[in-house]
Design a binder for this molecule. Structure first.
Ligand SMILES: [Zn+2]
Ligand SMILES: [Zn+2]
Length: 147
């Protein structure tokens, strides 16, 4: 019986508890309705029907935690030398996602097999990381509009 229960742990549930005080003012109104994970990537299905595929390596590199941000800044400042320091010694060459947990209502905490779990990826950030042709084109168009 315990076995059964343990197998269920670590499963990502996308069900969230209803907000206590009615509809909050969301600056980002999309939400994931489904998530598929395989060995090397995860796909998020959004409430607008869009599917964004995220390679674990890309997600790991884009980790928004203070430590990783600092490492990336260092590597930019010091050429490419610092790039590999983002991954701790002994980390697997390929990023392996161990778990995904909700943080509040607008972000996920991604837990990596190398033990790194301080990256909080907001939904907005995840959606922005979508590398599909439509999103890439959309971002390029925004840049044009802004300039
Ligand atoms: Zn990090
Ligand atoms: Zn996309």
């Amino acid at each position: 019986m315990d076995e059964e229960r343990r197998r269920g742990e670590g499963e990502t549930t996308l069900r969230r508890t209803a907000p206590a005080g009615g509809t909050p003012a969301a600056r980002f109104d999309l939400e994931p309705v489904d998530m598929e994970r395989d060995d090397s990537s995860m796909t998020i299905v959004w409430s607008d029907g869009h599917r964004s595929a995220h390679d674990y390596d890309d997600l790991r590199r884009a980790c928004p935690c203070a430590t990783c941000r600092h490492e990336r800044e260092q590597s930019v400042a010091g050429g490419s030398r610092g790039l590999l320091r983002v991954l701790p010694a002994g980390a697997p060459a390929k990023a392996v996602l161990r778990d995904v947990r909700w943080v509040g209502r607008y972000a996920f905490r991604l837990e990596w097999a190398d033990g790194h779990d301080t990256g909080i990826y907001s939904l907005e950030y995840l959606r922005a990381l979508c590398g599909c042709p439509a999103c890439s084109a959309g971002r390029a168009a925004e840049d044009v509009l802004r300039s």
